[in-house]
Design a protein around this ligand. Structure first.
Ligand SMILES: O=C1O[C@H](COP(=O)(O)O)[C@@H](O)[C@H](O)[C@H]1O
Length: 261
């Protein structure tokens, strides 16, 4: 595990309200978009599911709609529920309906899981095909690779955490958090429904240049406090990044962080 830890120190910013968090997340994302689009003509963005998508709505404001080079964005999912792509539990559907359908990202640049595996509930097949997809885009030089491991290195991942401390579909007490060889793995008994999911492995998650973890509400306060006390039973406590791993918290989520952390 040590090899995937502590490339950067965990940082945090606490916002008075979700609205302010959401505005800051939009600004953070837009600045990185400008930086990476200028540097190499692409911006690789990894989304998660959950509440995060509603907080992305600030990026739909005219100021960002008009200034962001959307055609250079490439969209991935850090985890996905293995359900049909039009199912209410699909992270793809959540992001498409709430965000992606409202911005001019070319449809070819949006990498959902394989629709047949999704429809059949084939988690293993979906993980294998998503890993192949990542490798193909590495070969096309759309996704870069992390120098030390050769793993795919995304520009920005926007992450969320559940009240049990799970991130992506890496759950406490489940072996997937220890997977080091594969890029994408799967789970068929997720404690949070639906049970079948695929997920990036921790080494891939921690290779990203920038990881932004957004967490709001009192229900997450205990888990946030444990993470900031370095309780590594929680998968989210392992989050790091190549350049910056930053937690955006609202006051309620941050309310139980012990003083000095
Ligand atoms: O099931 C999932 O949950 C996590 C956390 O969601 P949240 O609504 O508590 O923020 C999410 O990040 C993940 O992508 C999703 O599949």
């Amino acid at each position: 595990m040590a090899s995937v830890l502590a490339k950067t120190k965990r940082k945090k910013i606490i916002f008075p309200t979700k609205k302010e968090l959401s505005e800051a997340m939009a600004e953070y994302t837009a600045n990185l978009s400008a930086k990476f689009c200028k540097a190499r003509g692409y911006f690789t963005v990894v989304l998660s599911g959950g509440d995060l998508i509603s907080w992305l709505s600030e990026l739909l404001e005219p100021m960002y709609q008009e200034s962001i080079e959307w055609s250079k964005w490439h969209i991935f999912w850090v985890d996905e529920r293995v359900v049909p792509l039009d199912h209410k539990d699909s992270n793809y559907k959540l992001a498409f309906d709430g965000f992606l359908s409202k911005v001019p990202i070319p449809i070819a640049n949006i990498y959902a899981i394989d629709k047949d595996c999704a429809a059949l509930g084939d988690a293993k097949g979906a993980a294998l095909l998503y890993e192949e997809c990542l490798k193909r885009l590495v070969n096309q030089d759309i996704i870069r690779t992390y120098k030390a491991s050769g793993f795919p290195q995304f520009d920005l991942q926007l992450l969320g955490m559940g009240p049990d401390g799970h991130m992506a579909s890496l759950f406490p007490g489940h072996y997937q958090i220890k997977e080091k060889a594969d890029l994408v793995t799967y789970i068929t008994d997720s404690p949070k429904p639906p049970p079948k999911r695929i997920t990036f492995t921790l080494p891939v998650i921690n290779c990203a240049f920038y990881n932004l973890m957004a967490v709001c509400d009192e229900a997450q306060a205990d888990a946030v406090a444990k993470v900031f006390s370095d309780n590594f039973d929680l998968p989210a406590a392992w989050l790091t990044a190549d350049v910056e791993a930053i937690w955006f918290l609202d006051q309620a989520a941050a309310s139980k962080i012990p003083k000095g952390h």
